[in-house]
Design a protein around this ligand. Structure first.
Ligand code: FAD
Length: 480
């Protein structure tokens, strides 16, 4: 029998959201405070504002290196969705501050001397001594534009990712060059900015270094790969000798195949098996060039595994559980279901599993053992091809009401994983039906812009408040 006692290393890692926000704010305010106490002083308010905006933008750019979704200390509690959303919103905010920095340095138009503005702009655009500033601003604008347009670019994801990582490193270098040559050193001088840059870059470099130095003996191996539904594969991995993985049901892993070591080639997949077993199972949907070639991999192929990651999964407590899966979103839900069954958990569990068609559903042999053990009768929905045991989909409020029937919504927690619109609808509806927002967990399989739920909107207002606090600090820096 596998050991299912809680493993200390599988406990939730990372800091709570408020602590992370406070740390982030402190990291941006510290260089401003040091510049201020160091006596940075311009006569003109616009120049002080320019300096403040530049310092805040530079600090935000450096902080982007640690909000890339790879660090459990950052995303362990808030989840990969929130981490990546923050990373995505902080970059354009840093760009706005950098543009403000440049425009404030150019200064306002002067009605009495209309040519002055043109001359100042020309100087900013052409003067040799300002090349580093132009490069830094251009690079930042390019990285942000490529990230925002990624889904529409005819670029493979790996190529975009490589350009994003290399662009980020080049940006940090150019930024330091700009600070060294153009910014008037005050308080926090170049060595301190260098230290800040190192502190931001070292964790990311550590991820690469760990990969490049990982012994081949630490590789996992493909045990089996079989098609289980339409364009859906079940992948099983064997652990390296003497190794295994401690994780919480619902977490995900970054996988790279065939000895490829750079994180550039990693793909995130939810673990679809319960913790405590020697091997791991994944359910992988064909989506693009990498997943479509998956079926060609042979048993024995080495697999690099960076895990566990993510905060999706059951929170502490013993209340009833709703599990809601759509399509390949069944992967982490299956892990949670198997884990509840393996631990003989006695609480009420309800499961709804929705797919486009019966052919897209995982076979019964994957679901039934845990369902039988927990006494769960899954509600299976299909958009087309409903028949015995399969009700017509898609998921609606009526299904969710029925699912909650007889349960205390205030004590119930829900886990949702599936297509974006389904998750948004389910999360909002369950909140209206009385579930506490913090007890509704969901995870997106794509970082692309999605419809936002009430929880997402609350998260965005949290980001907006943080960015407004940075703006207020820049103002205070200039005025006080
Ligand atoms: C936390 C998480 C858990 C996931 N779990 C599963 C799962 O259990 N089963 C499953 O089938 N899919 C899962 N996915 C989605 C899966 O990672 C992508 O479908 C897969 O990487 C697509 O790769 P591709 O090269 O075949 O397709 P592409 O055409 O290259 O990509 C399709 C889309 O997938 C996303 N994507 C591709 N590569 C990456 C990457 N390296 N990192 C992040 N996003 C990427 C991008 O949004 C891209 O537009 C998960 C995603 C996330 C973020």
């Amino acid at each position: 029998m596998p050991d299912r006692s809680p493993n200390p290393s599988s406990r939730r890692r990372g800091l709570p959201p408020r602590a992370l926000a406070a740390l982030y704010l402190a990291a941006i305010l510290l260089p401003l405070a040091l510049a201020w106490t160091g006596g940075l002083d311009h006569r003109r308010l616009s120049m002080m504002l320019a300096a403040g905006a530049g310092i805040a933008s530079a600090a935000m750019i450096l902080m982007q290196m640690v909000t890339s979704g790879r660090f459990e200390a950052v995303s362990g509690r808030i989840g990969i969705d929130v981490t990546m959303a923050f990373h995505k919103w902080a970059a354009p905010t840093a760009l706005v501050l950098a543009l403000g920095h440049a425009l404030l340095l150019v200064g306002p138009p002067d009605a009495a001397h209309p040519h002055r503005l043109a001359r100042r702009l020309l100087r900013m655009a052409t003067e040799d001594g300002l090349v580093d500033g132009r490069l830094a601003l251009g690079l930042l604008a390019l990285i942000v534009a490529l990230a925002l347009l990624r889904e529409r670019l005819p670029l493979r994801y790996e190529i975009w990712r490589a350009s994003h990582a290399l662009g980020a490193v080049a940006l940090v270098g150019t930024l330091l060059w700009h600070i060294a040559s153009d910014a008037r050193p005050a308080g926090l001088t170049l060595p301190l900015w260098g230290l800040f840059a190192l502190a931001a870059l070292v964790p990311a470099a550590g991820v690469y270094l760990r990969r490049l130095t990982r012994p081949a003996a630490a590789d996992w191996r493909i045990a089996s790969l079989r098609p289980v539904a339409e364009r859906l594969w079940e992948l099983r991995l064997d652990p390296p000798a003497g190794g295994g993985l401690a994780f919480r049901a619902g977490q995900f892993a970054w996988l790279s195949f065939g000895g490829r070591r750079l994180p550039l080639f990693d793909h995130p997949f939810s673990i679809a098996s319960a913790p405590g077993l020697p091997g791991l199972r994944f359910l992988i949907q064909e989506a693009g060039d990498f997943t479509r070639r998956l079926g060609r991999l042979a048993p024995g192929t080495p697999v690099g595994l960076d895990a566990p990651h993510g905060s999706f999964g059951l929170a502490e407590g013993t209340g009833p559980v709703l599990l809601i899966a759509g399509g390949v979103g069944i992967a982490p839900i299956l892990s949670v279901l198997d884990d509840l069954a393996a631990r003989g958990d006695g609480r009420p569990v309800r499961l709804v599993y929705a797919c486009r068609s019966p052919e897209a559903m995982v076979p019964d042999d994957l679901l039934r053992p845990a369902c039988d053990r927990l006494g769960v009768v899954p509600l299976k929905l299909v958009d087309r091809g409903a028949g015995p045991g399969l009700a017509p989909g898609p998921l609606t409020e009526a299904h969710l009401r029925a699912l909650l029937n007889g349960l205390d919504p205030g004590a119930t927690q829900a886990l949702i994983c599936g297509p974006g619109p389904m998750m948004t609808m389910a999360a909002d509806t369950l909140a209206q039906l009385g579930l506490r927002p913090e007890r509704i967990g969901y995870e997106r399989f794509s970082y692309a812009v999605a419809e936002s739920s009430a929880r997402d909107r609350r998260m965005l207002s949290g980001f907006a408040a943080l960015f407004a606090a940075i703006g207020a600090a820049v103002l205070a820096f200039a005025l006080v």
